[in-house]
Design a protein around this ligand. Structure first.
Ligand code: ADP
Ligand code: MG
Length: 222
């Protein structure tokens, strides 16, 4: 089943000089796919995930998520789509600083429940991400690696159909880096489409399909 399709996607930034990190991106993500996209820092990996996640509008091309051309959606519909279908493992995803880790996850769960979304058990997720003994810590009391795992755990609460992971193994030791990839693989096995971008080719070697972002295009690697 096709979850997401990008056709000739282009993205330009105009900050004085014109920068075009994405010029012609073509990619189909099916249920069960785990796709790793490699590329050096500054090449456009985060930009690509922002566009796929409808957080940034492209300057050309077509993005279809679960059969819907996202250009046909208004801002409210886009927000709804993100909340219902997408899971973001981004570094800058904030937790609510005044709530404990567990309450942060419960809060996210509660918001989704109202709109009838499936939810997972928060304590099981914390356990899976090695955070059970940090459940009652405030976000500010967690290490960088623990915060990263916390964001990852939170992003899976509603079993998203498209998971977008931006350098998810940064700040993690080798064991946890591998464990995060294993978890992402399991998500693909349950039927999610997973797209991970990374400058770390070691992480990407564990993915089912590897691509490289170069000159604004995706090249398949073997
Ligand atoms: P990566 O994630 O691969 O490190 P990015 O997608 O963050 O790369 O950035 C790609 C290029 O686009 C870089 O040259 C960066 O400076 C530029 N860029 C990123 N975000 C913006 C922005 N909001 N405005 C202008 N230029 C940007
Ligand atoms: Mg980046």
């Amino acid at each position: 089943m096709e979850i997401c399709k990008l056709e000739h996607i282009r993205k330009d930034y105009r900050m004085g000089e014109l920068v075009s990190p994405l010029t012609d991106i073509n990619l189909t993500v099916n249920a069960g796919d785990f796709i790793a996209i490699e590329g050096p820092s500054g090449i456009g990996k985060s930009t690509l995930l922002y566009v796929m996640g409808t957080l940034l509008k492209s300057d050309g091309g077509k993005l279809v998520i679960e059969g819907v051309d996202v250009s046909s959606l208004n801002d409210d519909q886009l927000a709804e789509l993100r909340a219902q279908k997408l899971g973001f493992l981004f570094q800058d995803s904030n937790m609510i600083q005044a709530l404990t880790l567990r309450d942060n996850l419960l809060f996210t769960q509660k918001i989704g429940k109202k709109s009838g979304k499936p939810t997972r058990n928060v304590d099981e997720l914390l356990e899976r991400f090695g955070l059970a003994d940090r459940a009652n810590f405030l976000p500010g009391q967690l290490s960088g690696g623990q915060r990263r795992r916390a964001v990852a755990a939170r992003s899976l609460i509603h079993s998203p159909s498209l998971i977008l992971a931006d350098e998810p193994t940064n700040d993690l030791d080798k064991q946890w880096a591998e464990e995060i990839i294993t978890i992402l693989k399991e998500e693909a096995q349950r039927g999610a489409g997973v797209v991970m971008v990374t400058h770390n080719s070691q992480s990407s070697q564990m993915a089912k399909r590897r691509c490289r972002l170069e000159d604004g295009k995706l090249l398949d690697l073997e």
